[in-house]
Design a protein around this ligand. Structure first.
Ligand code: ADE
Length: 221
């Protein structure tokens, strides 16, 4: 998979993609990530990318030309263009699965107080990572890239994400490791029994119980 990210703050991404699992995924050639500073595409002699809104009002808006030209320089028939914005569709795990099947993602990070409305016409999909407003779409692009890359074959063991929270609309079951007793808190005996059928039943029951308690809205879906 190829992921191109458009941002006027490319250095924000450096450490995020240069560590741990995301770095290994790139080293193995499973994903190629490129950050593009769309300021370079600005027609302005001073490379300005934002202007005040027509009709007045607070703040500055990203102008359309640099983003259009940057996207057009990257786009192929396999590209899927996503605009990160708080008024987009709320991002969910099932979407992470469907995006992990794409060949090429182009992520556009909005910034400042907003962007020219015409930029929306570039996007196949507008996504929000939650009902709160960030200073920029960069954080949302990092979240999206991370959640998609970990699902690509060869990045983590398939078994590790088969039981992820939200898969099958359930939260994950509780897990334990050594020691068997810690400050009076014991590991449930079924997990030490070696009976894999019983363990699977226990885990499913606990998943359902936890989802009922914490996220009943998931079960309704
Ligand atoms: N940009 C600002 N806030 C955002 C959010 N919640 N999701 C995606 N992009 C954003």
């Amino acid at each position: 998979m190829k992921i191109d990210i458009l941002s006027i703050f490319p250095s924000m991404f450096a450490s995020v993609f240069e560590e741990s699992i995301l770095k290994r995924a790139q080293d193995k050639g499973i994903v190629k990530i490129e950050i593009h500073d769309f300021r370079e595409f600005s027609p302005d002699p001073h490379k300005k990318v934002d202007f005040p809104p027509f009709g007045g009002g607070a703040g500055m808006l990203l102008r359309p030309e640099p983003i259009f030209e940057c996207v057009e320089s990257l786009k192929t028939e396999e590209s899927y263009v996503i605009l990160l914005t708080p008024d987009g569709q709320i991002y969910k795990q099932e979407q992470a699965y469907s995006l992990s099947l794409k060949m090429h993602l182009i992520l556009i990070c909005g910034h400042y107080e907003g962007f020219d409305e015409r930029i929306r016409t570039l996007a196949d999909l507008e996504l929000s990572i939650g009902d709160y407003v960030l200073t920029g779409g960069e954080y949302a692009a990092m979240v999206l890239a991370d959640s998609v890359i970990r699902l690509l074959p060869g990045v983590i063991k398939e078994e590790s994400h088969k039981n992820d929270s939200f898969t099958n609309h359930l939260l994950d079951y509780p897990s334990y490791t050594k020691p068997r007793v810690f400050r009076g808190m014991e590991v449930p005996s079924v997990l030490l029994s070696g009976d894999h059928k019983k363990i699977a039943e226990y885990r499913l029951e606990e998943s359902i119980k936890r989802t009922k308690e914490r996220r009943p809205d998931l079960l309704e879906r």
